[in-house]
Design a protein around this ligand. Structure first.
Ligand SMILES: [Fe+2]
Ligand SMILES: [Fe+2]
Length: 155
């Protein structure tokens, strides 16, 4: 598997959790568990992706700006999650922020899959495309997230 395929599979998990989240209501167990699962997926993924995908991209002029923009978007997602953590889950504002988070995640993943993957395909060597997958996957799995993670298996 390449780093692109691994990231794309984990993105699918994130999209699915975002879709489920905005269907929840009030201060319920379901909302709580989907939100925390999504939060874990997003945080660990951003960390693994920055280390094993963005770092090599920052070395190339063609991808440097895009990688930096991606990191900035990870911070924007963190800020939205901080707002969600501060609000009562039963308040109407909570769902407003949850919908904003879903929009932000969808936009970010599309940016990565369309623009960044395409440019990364040009600057990374074939060897890197496969060798970066393993440390990325290990990082995700050790935190119990992603396609091989316990969190998802137990859901
Ligand atoms: Fe990302
Ligand atoms: Fe990503």
């Amino acid at each position: 598997m390449t780093i692109f395929e691994a990231i794309r599979k984990d993105h699918d998990i994130q999209r699915e959790l975002c879709d489920k989240l905005v269907e929840t209501s009030g201060d319920t167990k379901t909302r709580y568990s989907i939100y925390h699962k999504l939060k874990d997926e997003l945080k660990v993924h951003a960390d693994a992706e920055e280390r094993y995908f963005y770092v090599p991209l920052i070395d190339h002029d063609m991808t440097q700006k895009h990688a930096r923009h991606g990191v900035a978007e990870h911070h924007e997602m963190d800020e939205l999650m901080e707002k969600l953590d501060d609000k009562e889950m039963s308040s109407s504002a909570w769902l407003v922020f949850a919908k904003q988070l879903r929009e932000k995640v969808y936009h970010h993943l599309e940016d990565e899959e369309r623009t960044i993957f395409q440019l990364a395909g040009k600057v990374l060597t074939e060897e890197q495309k496969s060798s970066l997958e393993s440390p990325y996957r290990k990082h995700m799995t050790s935190e119990g997230v992603g396609i091989a993670g316990e969190n998802y298996k137990n859901s």
